[in-house]
Design a protein around this ligand. Structure first.
Ligand code: NAP
Length: 310
């Protein structure tokens, strides 16, 4: 039987995903009509980007699952026309990208690399950066991305604490959860990395009260989502020195407006949502594995819990 698979994403994505998806389908022995447009009632699976034109899922009466191209699903979890299973993207290529980005930015703070980059005078004042084992890094969110970053930072020797909603075990990592766990985690966060999803429960996780729990001069790295941080609270904490520096990849409004104070704050590094991109070849395999599962009657992987919002 030939499956009908709709590719519902911005047309420019088609150029990058068409061949990897066709190759992955062929490798899995799945015959499929893969297209940008198909009669809705004949579609079996929807490969989906939340910024596509497809927002009303009701006509897709035969579809068995929506397979998201993105790891973040906050733009689709609230869509009430979507009543079939929704899988988010857990892509080894994306995960690897995030691990490399987070490790790079943690090392920048850990080694004080900016001091050397910015040195212009004849200042010959050698300093001894601490070893990773003397540095406490906290990762908020211990999911696919947070746990992978925690493992890498632990392998370098950092003293890593992770925080999640439910109890977790990650080898070598102190795992905390719940409200008290957050307080304990932040109180030791010389460097905090935010890898939580954007849900009603995680918005403003870093706010006036929680930022005040962090050691003075702490650093924040946010590749998670903009709404995780109360921006006014962060700007005030940067002003007062409570937070020494922040590296922000994600924002409440993207692209970040040109008059946003983050652009000009000398204690902020802005990166334009580039921390980790879905990699078409590995992502196509993940999508096709879910289609194979659907056809074999096996449970889908990476399903989103619509009540929790991630
Ligand atoms: P994930 O596997 O779903 O993990 C989410 C983690 O957050 C889990 O550990 C979860 O706890 C925890 N969490 C959720 N709600 C919580 C709460 N209320 N309190 C405490 N912990 C909570 O997600 P992921 O794949 O690691 O991705 C994380 C986020 O990264 C995505 O949602 C997306 O926003 C962002 N992202 C950004 C980029 C970029 O380029 N900047 C790229 C990809 C993804 P449990 O373990 O208990 O469930």
């Amino acid at each position: 039987m030939t499956l009908n698979i709709l590719f519902a994403a911005k047309p420019e994505r088609w150029a990058t995903y068409e061949t990897p998806l066709r190759d992955a389908l062929a490798d899995a022995g799945i015959e499929a009509e893969l297209a940008l447009t198909l009669p809705p009632e004949e579609v079996d699976y929807i490969v989906y980007a939340p910024n596509s034109d497809l927002q009303d899922f009701r006509p897709y009466t035969r579809a068995k699952a929506v397979l998201n191209l993105w790891a973040g699903v906050e733009a689709v979890t609230g869509n009430e026309t979507l009543t079939i299973p929704l899988a988010r993207m857990v892509d080894p290529g994306l995960t690897r990208g995030m691990v490399e980005w987070v490790t790079g930015h943690v090392m920048r703070y850990h080694l004080g690399i900016d001091i050397d980059i910015e040195r212009r005078d004849a200042e010959w004042e050698p300093r001894t950066p601490p070893l990773a084992s003397e540095r406490s890094v906290v990762i908020l969110g211990l999911g696919a991305l947070g746990a992978a970053c925690a493992e890498m930072l632990t392998s370098i020797g950092f003293n890593v604490t992770g925080w999640s909603r439910s109890p977790k075990t990650v080898e070598g990592v102190t795992c905390l959860h719940g409200d008290d766990g957050l307080k304990e985690a932040l109180s030791r966060a010389e460097i905090a990395v935010l890898l939580l999803p954007d849900t009603p429960a995680t918005q403003n996780t870093l706010n006036v009260e929680t930022i005040a729990l962090m050691p003075e001069g702490a650093r924040i790295i946010n590749p998670g989502r903009g709404p995780l941080i109360d921006d006014e609270a962060l700007l005030a904490a940067l002003d007062s020195g409570q937070i020494a520096h922040a590296t922000l990849d994600v924002f409440r409004v993207e692209p970040l407006p040109s008059d946003d104070p983050y652009w000009t704050d000398p204690k902020v590094t802005v990166t334009p949502h580039l921390a980790a991109e879905t990699r078409p070849v590995s992502a196509a395999r993940v999508i096709v594995e879910n289609i194979r599962r659907g056809e074999a009657g096996e449970p889908f992987i990476n399903l989103v819990d619509r009540d929790l919002g991630y």
